[in-house]
Design a protein around this ligand. Structure first.
Ligand SMILES: CC(C)(COP(=O)(O)OP(=O)(O)OC[C@H]1O[C@@H](n2cnc3c(N)ncnc32)[C@H](O)[C@@H]1OP(=O)(O)O)[C@@H](O)C(=O)NCCC(=O)NCCS
Length: 205
């Protein structure tokens, strides 16, 4: 059993002992999750550069988690599909937040291990985040592989961290990190096909 799998098993056991449950986020969790994020990060949370890679998009499939304690949502963590300029497909992790009155009980750590384990099981190769190296180094994150990467806005380079789920997954990765373009809905794909099949209106043929 790998280090990641072993640690996740231990953290799942600890979750049960600690009396909290971690599960996939549901649509009905949205309001409580947003309240928790507002309380944790304040109104400025939408100004963060990481938000440019999340706004208007959905988290990666199966990679939005909540922590519950007696049916109250006390923790949230989501991961988002992104890609580097060199075409390295990655996940962007965050935001991670735990309710103030439930901090330092292992919920943040449990959410992190659950998310990393699930991401690897789903075939993802590397995870990026902007955050505190002291907190995230315990999960294998470092700035070792991120020096050549760029975020689409202001950020502190020493806080851009990566964790390779597959060895050397970030080898050669450089340039701007961008959101992975979501598949457009079927109707707009059809409109595009019609628009592309003849000369654009107002343009010479
Ligand atoms: C960071 C956060 C998610 C941690 O969650 P938590 O459930 O309290 O953390 P855990 O109980 O799982 O882990 C506790 C450990 O993390 C450490 N820790 C907590 N917050 C930390 C921080 N901001 N920086 C460094 N270490 C931190 C504690 O010292 C403790 O360390 P130890 O295990 O060596 O004693 C939580 O404090 C939080 O929601 N903060 C506000 C939002 C935030 O800053 N999110 C992270 C964005 S980068």
């Amino acid at each position: 059993m790998s280090f990641l799998a072993r640690t996740t098993r231990r953290s799942e056991d600890r979750n049960q002992l600690a009396g909290h449950e971690i599960r996939q986020e549901r649509r009905s969790d949205m309001a409580a999750r947003e309240r928790l994020l507002d309380a944790a990060f304040g109104a400025g949370r939408f100004a963060k550069t990481s938000e440019r890679l999340r706004e208007g998009r959905k988290p990666a499939l199966g990679l939005a988690f909540v922590a519950l304690r007696s049916w109250r949502l006390v923790g949230t963590l989501r991961l988002w599909p992104v890609t580097t300029a060199t075409g390295h497909l990655c996940l962007l992790l965050g935001p991670l937040a735990v309710a103030t009155d439930f901090r330092n009980r292992g919920i943040g750590v449990a959410l992190m291990w659950q998310a990393l384990h699930r991401a690897r099981a789903l075939g993802h190769r590397a995870v990026l985040l902007v955050g505190d190296p002291v907190y995230y180094s315990r999960f294998g994150f470092s700035a070792e592989n991120t020096g050549a990467l760029r975020m689409p806005g202001p950020y502190e380079p020493e806080r851009l961290l990566a964790c390779e789920l597959v060895p050397e997954a970030l080898k050669g990765a450089c340039g701007m990190i961008a959101a992975t373009r979501p598949r457009p809905p079927r109707l707009s794909r059809l409109k595009n096909r019609v628009a592309c099949s003849g000369p654009a209106i107002g343009q010479p043929a």
